[in-house]
Design a protein around this ligand. Structure first.
Ligand SMILES: [Zn+2]
Length: 180
């Protein structure tokens, strides 16, 4: 079966930067709904469209087609007492710090902590990086009507609906394949 709109694609992948430094080893395959549902990067969909199980390739995606350029204006210094304790470098907060009700809630990552100040970086951790994906298509199946209606994959590796599901992303720290 060929990858086309409304198929569910399972891809084994490795992600590195343009210098081949490994960023994510992809121990968990990426499983996404193909066809412009923003389940994965458009360039990956473009690369895989029309392909079948066993197809493999390596593609490099420039920052503007991935997570954007690094924007120094998104780095903010905040008074430490405005943030919850305990605080650690690497922690992430949503919608901090000035609470402009912008379009979407931004995720800020704590990148430095001083006595009374905290540096928050609103850039995506992969912003400004060219990303090299090694891809290998492991499975292609037709999406269910429900998956198409929801715009995401259900089942193993996919989105689970349930009472305690509201925590969201399930440790999907680099959000290459946002699962909502
Ligand atoms: Zn759903």
């Amino acid at each position: 079966m060929k990858i086309a709109k409304n198929t569910v694609v399972t891809v084994n992948y490795k992600l590195s930067d343009a210098q081949d430094n490994l960023i994510e080893d992809g121990r968990q395959p990426m499983v996404y709904l193909h066809g412009g549902y923003e389940n994965t990067l458009p360039k990956i969909e473009e690369e895989l469209d029309g392909k079948e199980v066993g197809y493999s390739s390596i593609i490099q995606i420039e920052p503007e087609d991935a997570f954007g350029d690094y924007d120094a204006a998104l780095v903010k210094v905040e008074a430490r007492n405005r943030l919850p304790e305990p605080l650690e470098v690497g922690m992430q907060f949503e919608g901090m710090p000035d609470g402009d009700s912008d379009d979407e809630a931004m995720i800020f990552t704590v990148t430095d902590i001083a006595d009374d100040k905290v540096v928050l970086d609103g850039n995506h951790p992969l912003a400004g990086m060219a990303l090299r994906f090694s891809l290998n298509v492991a499975d292609v199946r037709e999406a269910t009507d429900e998956e198409i209606a929801h715009g995401h994959v259900h089942g193993a590796h996919g989105h689970h609906h349930g009472d305690e599901d509201d925590e969201g992303e399930d440790g999907d720290h680099v959000a290459i394949h946002p699962i909502h």
